[in-house]
Ligand binder design. Structure first.
Ligand code: TMP
Length: 214
């Protein structure tokens, strides 16, 4: 008998939207409900992809061309998908992923101007036909999000701030990109107003996820 397929849930949005905290909370909640759960992230999530993450998120904005950046993102994604996400879904795990391919569409596509058809082709060749079952797109004004993110970088003493150093107009294009993705795929995507309290967002997501639990 084939084991039950797990569900694939992704969290997306611009900088400083609070999605990582909510992804962690959802993973804990689903575990409490008795599901097998994996919480992971992109870029990263497998040993090889974590190495590539280090290349992508540190250094200056012009460290990589848009094309090199996209191909590194997809090299990381291919490894993460093949070694971690896909096997986990096959084994019936719920996979909660902090960022996935919509981030490439928003950042490298809308933000950096890469042809969206090329992005679709890369997705097909690496991930295939499988899409996330649900995607939460955190909506925050980019200016406010960047302020929150820079505070987090200082507090956390992290140097993973390469994308934060892109200019505001880039982050505005990324923001519009995420909203476009959400409007084009309303069955899969739910826009979450990131200005709400953490508790309000938790409640909204826990309520929404009931639709996927059977
Ligand atoms: P994080 O700070 O949410 O962990 O994400 C790291 C950065 O990588 C974030 O600024 C967004 C960026 N990113 C892309 O540009 N394209 C992608 O495909 C992914 C997954 C992330």
């Amino acid at each position: 008998m084939t084991p039950e397929q797990g569900k694939f849930i992704t969290f997306e949005g611009g900088e400083g939207a609070g999605k990582s905290t909510q992804a962690k909370y959802l993973a804990e909640y689903l575990e409490q409900q008795g599901h097998k759960v994996i919480l992971t992230r992109e870029p990263g999530g497998s040993p090889g992809a974590e190495l590539i993450r280090g290349l992508l998120v540190t250094g200056g904005a012009d460290k990589w061309s848009a094309e090199a950046e996209l191909l590194l993102m997809y090299a990381a994604r291919a490894d993460h998908w093949q070694k971690r996400i896909h096997p986990a879904l096959e084994q019936g795990y719920w996979v909660i992923c902090d960022r996935f391919a919509d981030s490439s569409v928003a950042y490298q596509g809308y933000g950096r101007g890469i042809d969206l058809e090329f992005l679709t082709l890369l997705y097909k060749k690496t991930v295939g036909d499988r899409k996330p079952d649900r995607t939460y797109i955190f909506n925050i004004d980019p200016h406010k999000g960047l302020e929150r993110a820079s505070k987090r970088s200082v507090d956390g003493n992290k140097n993973e701030d390469r994308f934060e150093s892109f200019d505001l107009s880039f982050h505005e294009r990324v923001h519009q990109g995420f909203l476009t993705i959400a409007h084009q795929d309303t069955d899969r995507c739910l826009i979450v107003d990131a200005n709400q309290s953490m508790q309000q967002i938790q409640d909204l997501i826990c309520q929404d996820i009931l639709n996927l639990q059977s």
